[in-house]
Design a protein around this ligand. Sequence first.
Ligand code: PLP
Length: 402
Amino acid sequence: MPQPSSLEAKIAARKRTLESQGLLRRRQLLSPHPIESKSTQFVHQGQVMLNFSSNDYLGLSREPALARALYQSALKYGVGSGASPLVTGYSEAHFALEQKLCQQTGHEAALLLSSGFSANTTLMKTLFDKTDVVLADKLVHASIIDGLKESGAEFKRFLHNSLEGAERLLNTHSAAALITESVFSMDGDKAPIAELSKLCRAKGVWLIVDDAHGFGTDTQFINAEDTSKHNATDAEQIDVQIVTFGKALGCQGAAILGSQALIDFLVSNAREYIYSTALSPANAALALASLEYIEQHSELVEKLNSNISLFKGLCAAAGIKLHGSDTAIQPLVIGDAQQTMDIALRLKSLGVWVGAIRPPTVPQGSARLRITLSASHSEADIAHCIAALAKVLPDELKNAAQ
Ligand SMILES: Cc1ncc(COP(=O)(O)O)c(C=O)c1O
């Protein structure tokens, strides 16, 4: 009999631990869902589900005009880039997208990567080293933490969204940068960017903002030609901005935006950029088409905002206790991981799919339903979601004043 390897034993033990804690993760297989219907429905194991868990805030992942744009750009550029950007993988499609992103945000230059996760990790580990002190909000994304760990920098965390905490660390450390998110992925609340920017500018510390969940969901696009209308997530306040294309833009990829000197430095030093196949030009052209689509359809952002208000209003009327977010991300904290999973399962049986988020993604004891809204939800979809929530939530999460 061959001996089980030590790795097999480790994997099996880890699985048992996760299972006993209710933290084992499983993938869910979705059936194809023709793009003609722009609805947020999909089919899982033969059951039609309403999707309240994606980051497709404007419903663009199912926009036929963008599917056509992808096809046209694939015909023009091919389906893959074929090489790293420094070999033969950098095309006019990439350049045009970079230019557009700079025009919209006010930054001098941009660098495209295949995901927001790799944009964050590569930025952190290329920019910082063990001589740097970096300050970060307690709730920044895993990709930022991983990149900082790999960089060897000393990093200090301040209490979530606490200006006092940030100021205290700025006063007591000679920091290189402060990192936060525009909209926090699990809480849906916004960072006080203007105030953090003032604090950082006064100390000569760079402000780095992961704008994954903010980019595209506000009005900066609508007046992109008019630089006086740039909003809080732009170069006037932020030294380095990370934007992703897999959320409001409905497609895939990411960009780091900053000074020309920063981007030149990354081109020569960022290992994920140098040693990885470039984002496909078809995807770059698609992200550009998506940005233009948002500019031309300001009603999408307006619809998203009215859906957020409707959702919050109907929850208040049903006595459902929310977390106070004003964005498309609406957390409903349950606490216990297993109870959260059970509630999410009951919602699925009622045709409503919401994210069930457990530690370590969120702190121990704060497992939650992460309900996300999209411009493509109808009023009936939202009413259905709230009726289902009212049915499955335990009493202590209902009938509480907002
Ligand atoms: C705040 C934040 N930053 C970065 C990422 C990673 O982006 P991507 O999905 O493009 O890898 C995510 C993903 O969910 C996120 O929530």
